[in-house]
Ligand binder design. Structure first.
Ligand SMILES: [Zn+2]
Length: 292
């Protein structure tokens, strides 16, 4: 008599985090507090935690089943090393860190953070709501621009309001040395996230190619190992094109992540892996989020 093993549907989810920090204001909800991140890791300890390169198209399987979760971080904020790493290690949870290579160890904050510094200087202000409206309006205008043009505008704005371009401690990127320390952890992979974090779809193909190839080369130089995973800056359907996907493939990457907010499905190819963006929710909310 054959033993009949009930088949359980397997489900794979890739999570997207940005920062493990407590920073105000946080107009894009990039920060998850260390306390909440621990609660997320507690919840995840009940499931299979996999590396990004272990994500496979889902199906029905006898040997596998249940939920598998891969964790990714975008951008390359310094708190990825100083907060996220020790907590991920405590819970033996692998993660991929996607770095905007042109910002590593840089003397400037990410452009959306500089814009926040200029436009939202007084977080206690009664007019914070209007200031936020102005922030989002200007953000939309700056987002599709080429990096150089956007920088010129931000430089002028900094000058007008008498501010320094100096990087705030709370908003700094990983340095090159810190990237190497992060990469030294056996659980962790370093991936590329372009050079300047521009909207690739809005740039000429030659610039897209430079962003993709140069970020790979820079990080490989730094780490002396292949960098095989990419994540599209901003990651939405409007932020990259079929040509961008081809550029990433041709550059020698093995996989790439978008921000399409759903579990990995049969139709998702390795160069458009969807991810669920995680915000600062507590453990109970996170548990419901995973099963929704
Ligand atoms: Zn990003």
């Amino acid at each position: 008599m054959r033993l009949i093993i009930p088949r359980r549907r397997s489900r794979e989810i890739i999570l997207l985090y940005h920062r493990i920090a407590r920073v105000e204001p946080d107009p894009w909800g990039l920060c998850v507090t260390p306390e909440h991140f621990v609660e997320h890791l507690e919840v995840l300890s009940k499931y299979r935690r996999i590396r990004l390169d272990q994500v496979r198209p889902p199906g029905w399987s006898v040997s596998r089943g249940g939920l598998s979760v891969a964790i990714t971080f975008d951008d390359g904020y310094a708190d990825n090393l100083h907060e996220a790493r020790r907590l991920l290690e405590r819970y033996n949870t692998p993660a991929t860190f996607f770095l905007a290579a042109g910002y590593v160890g840089g003397a400037r904050e990410f452009w959306w953070d500089e814009l926040e510094k200029i436009l939202l200087p007084d977080r206690a202000s009664d007019s914070l709501e209007q200031q936020l409206d102005a922030y989002f309006a200007l953000y939309q205008r700056l987002q599709p621009l080429p990096h150089g043009r956007r920088r010129e505008i931000l430089d002028k704005m900094l000058e007008w309001c008498g501010q320094e371009a100096a990087v705030r401690r709370s908003h700094r990127m990983l340095t090159a040395e810190e990237v190497c320390r992060l990469a030294a952890g056996e659980l962790f992979e370093i991936g590329a996230h372009s050079m300047t974090h521009s909207v690739l779809a809005a740039q000429p193909l030659s610039d897209q190619s430079w962003e993709v190839r140069e970020s790979k080369a820079c990080l490989e130089n730094l780490l002396s190992r292949p960098v095989t995973s990419f994540s599209y800056p901003f990651g939405g359907r409007d932020h990259y094109t079929a040509e961008t996907v081809q550029v990433v493939r041709d550059a020698g990457f093995s996989r790439a992540c978008s921000t399409a907010g759903h579990a990995v499905s049969r139709t998702d190819g390795p160069f458009e892996l969807p991810r669920l963006n995680v915000t600062d929710m507590d453990g109970d909310q996170f548990e419901r989020f995973l099963s929704s």
